[in-house]
Ligand binder design. Sequence first.
Ligand code: AMP
Length: 414
Amino acid sequence: MSFDALGLAEPLLRAVREQGYTAPTPIQVDAIPHVLAGRDLLGVAQTGTGKTAAFGLPLLQQLAAKPAKARPGRPRALVLTPTRELAIQIDQSFADYGRHLGLRHAVIFGGVGQAAQEKALRAGLDVLTATPGRLLDLQGQGFVHFDAVELFVLDEADRMLDLGFLPDVRRVLQHLPKQRQSLFFSATMPPSITALAATILTEPVRVEVVPESTPAERILQRVLFVDPDGKKEVIAKLVSDPRVDRALVFTRTNHRANRVAQLLERAGVKAAAIHGNTSQNARQRALEGFRDGTTPVLVATDIAARGIDVEGISHVVNFDLPNVPESYVHRIGRTARAGASGMALSLCDREEIAFLRDIEKLIGKRIDVAGDRIGLPDDVLQPGPLGAERRQQAAPKAGGGGKRSGRRGGRRRP
Ligand code: AMP
């Protein structure tokens, strides 16, 4: 399947080519023709599937097909998304995909001063990407009006719910014109989200991609059994290997993220940490360095890593294994995005063996063993099969008679 077959106009096809996309992802194939035809859409998909282009490209085409002067504070398309980071990324995608169309776009989110956002709104715009709280603030102050909205996108609806944004989302909905096209995306569809979708969408087309419990086939997964104290040594060796272009390292806690970044820096590896306590500015700086390659290693907690969209992550390293097996699938999905292949390496100490088994149960297979507690084998980063004997090597016995470690405060379900 090629982009040309989806009914997109030339300026968009050109922009997509310039982005280096050669073929549409499954959700793009399924969604784009329906959105172009004016249908409402219910997309069950997570970040990393190409969903931004799945709604962004046809949305831009719809707007370009009916040229209108960009008006101050009156967007024709409104995209609601839960976090600042996603908002910035989506707005950047509109810039990239819309570069040959001359449409105007702006982004607003909380946690920063509002003057620049007021100015962007006053300058006139076609597409507005926003987080709900700041959007309502600015609407309350009269800087933005919803009466011209023809296209509405609700992104990451399940996270809106998690983060307590549902009342804000409902308030925005009350102000939207009844006559509009709506697109709704969520990674999961619990009953509350299905009910919300039903209030927003009219006879939607449903498009669904890969269930969450299945990591992409292309991701090569390996586990290294290490002593708890051995992790520090192994991590520095691993990420300084020349085969590692860009590594995202996961830790269990904020504190451990900082410690790992510091120990990597001491070992001469450029690394930055992001976690729940990182200020917005420091976070942006860390992400920029990671994107432009000046900081090839980013250490993060699960929460901090959600929504990060950086291309070319060659390796995901689990410094700590997650106690929630689904998090493993989310984590390793950061590599091997949109067609690329990648590698996921997990350091596992005695106390984490129960977590490893839970993960293997969820993904339905054993993860190849790449090393024992003695050291880092040379071929750990080599793609392709490992030595037969290592593959079969039994895992060390879990500490405490195989019981789960109490250290993590037991097991949580998301
Ligand atoms: P998303 O799910 O929208 O966050 O997209 C995930 C990543 O895939 C982004 O870095 C996009 O730039 C990239 N991407 C989206 N569509 C394609 C495509 N058709 N081919 C290659 N990369 C893509």
